[in-house]
Design a protein around this ligand. Structure first.
Ligand SMILES: *[C@@H]1O[C@H](CO)[C@@H](O)[C@H](O)[C@H]1NC(C)=O
Ligand SMILES: *[C@@H]1O[C@H](CO)[C@@H](O)[C@H](O)[C@H]1NC(C)=O
Ligand SMILES: *[C@@H]1O[C@H](CO)[C@@H](O)[C@H](O)[C@H]1NC(C)=O
Ligand SMILES: *[C@@H]1O[C@H](CO)[C@@H](O)[C@H](O)[C@H]1NC(C)=O
Ligand SMILES: *[C@@H]1O[C@H](CO)[C@@H](O)[C@H](O)[C@H]1NC(C)=O
Ligand SMILES: *[C@@H]1O[C@H](CO)[C@@H](O)[C@H](O)[C@H]1NC(C)=O
Ligand SMILES: *[C@@H]1O[C@H](CO)[C@@H](O)[C@H](O)[C@H]1NC(C)=O
Ligand SMILES: *[C@@H]1O[C@H](CO)[C@@H](O)[C@H](O)[C@H]1NC(C)=O
Length: 279
């Protein structure tokens, strides 16, 4: 009873929106979700005004995820110099059969991402819901999906020579993964190798211009965007400019970094509260 009461009071007390934090302060905070996540990404506590529209990261148990064209991808690696992400499909992560009904094709939202060129990645096709002919029973590219057969193909094949009622889905894997998938496998090891190949991910490049951001950071600003999709640099004097903050003004003006609580009021109040509850 008492244990539940105190936190409630504290939440009420500290949750009062009695302070306004500037965009600069908000966007200058590092964004971490397992790894450090740079501009143009935002998400979790980080508003879109600290990133660029469309580059939202969903942070699930410290695993950064991104929704691209209705599919969730795990972000395995971020390189802010080459503007590349290495991503892997979340729906096929544990099980190449897919967690839900019918898996979708891997497709990029080309306004936000492009393939990292020259690409080190390769398309492979998965074919679900197949009937296995006796002659196909030991094919190395056969894998099982809850009793239904599925196949993967690293090169375009005559899909018509397979009898399948499920969908055909394109996924991307890196070159070394594709090479190992082409090597002679047994049906027993192929599912495992397919899984690790998908978990290896593929690389994509984001389109948002990080040079703007680097110049902004160099001027002691914080990168972000305005209400629409234009880049802005948030400055310490609580203005947002299209390019860079002027370093002179930035170093002279200093706004409070945190919300100012009326300490003289809060501290005795909490002390009294403790005494009230504990004694
Ligand atoms: C920054 O400016 C906005 C409006 O321009 C205002 O609402 C906010 O209170 C200001 N923040 C600080 C910390 O001064
Ligand atoms: C990119 O990363 C480097 C090193 O971690 C950092 O100094 C730089 O500020 C980052 N740039 C952007 C645009 O986040
Ligand atoms: C991904 O985004 C689409 C719309 O853009 C939405 O319909 C879908 O629910 C999202 N998926 C997840 C897992 O957030
Ligand atoms: C995926 O793409 C292939 C060819 O590009 C197409 O034949 C197939 O129907 C697509 N699959 C789905 C599930 O949309
Ligand atoms: C996969 O195939 C599509 C369509 O044929 C192509 O645009 C894309 O570049 C390929 N992706 C990779 C990673 O090879
Ligand atoms: C390629 O994929 C494999 C998994 O099959 C992974 O172990 C490896 O790290 C990936 N290589 C690169 C360069 O991404
Ligand atoms: C705030 O800083 C920006 C960039 O340094 C400067 O252009 C602008 O004049 C400043 N505004 C105010 C009100 O100080
Ligand atoms: C600094 O800010 C003032 C307004 O407060 C502005 O008039 C002046 O131009 C700024 N200086 C620089 C170097 O941008």
């Amino acid at each position: 009873m008492k244990g539940g009461f105190l936190p409630l009071i504290l939440v009420v007390l500290f949750g009062i929106p009695s302070c306004v934090v500037s965009q600069f302060e908000t966007c200058r905070q590092p964004f971490r979700c397992g790894v450090d996540i740079p501009y143009p990404f935002y998400g979790a506590d980080r508003p879109v005004s600290c990133g660029a529209e469309g580059y939202e990261i969903i942070c699930r148990d410290n695993i950064p995820l991104i929704n691209i064209s209705s599919l969730l991808y795990r972000v395995l690696e971020i390189n802010n110099l080459t503007r590349t992400l290495r991503v892997a499909r979340d729906d096929l992560w544990n099980d190449p059969c897919g967690q839900t009904q019918q898996p979708l094709n891997t497709t990029l939202d080309t306004t936000l991402f492009s393939l990292d060129e020259p690409s080190n990645d390769q398309n492979i096709s998965l074919l679900y819901g197949c009937t296995v002919l006796p002659s196909q029973a030991r094919l190395p590219n056969l894998f099982d999906c809850s009793g239904r057969a599925a196949f993967f193909f690293t090169t375009p094949v005559l899909i018509s020579s397979f009898t399948c009622t499920g969908s055909e889905v394109t996924v991307w894997v890196n070159q070394s993964a594709a090479t190992s998938l082409e090597s002679n496998l047994s049906p027993d090891s192929s599912a495992q190798l397919l899984r690790t190949s998908i978990q290896g991910g593929f690389s994509i490049q984001w389109s948002a211009d990080n040079q703007n951001c680097q110049r902004c950071l160099d001027s002691d600003g914080a990168c972000g965007s305005d209400g629409s999709s234009s880049f802005v640099c948030h400055c310490v004097n609580n203005t947002s400019v299209p390019s860079t903050c002027s370093i002179g003004n930035n170093s002279f003006i200093s706004l409070p970094h945190h919300c100012i609580y009326p300490d003289f009021f809060v501290i005795p109040f909490i002390k009294n509260l403790f005494e009230l509850i504990l004694l």
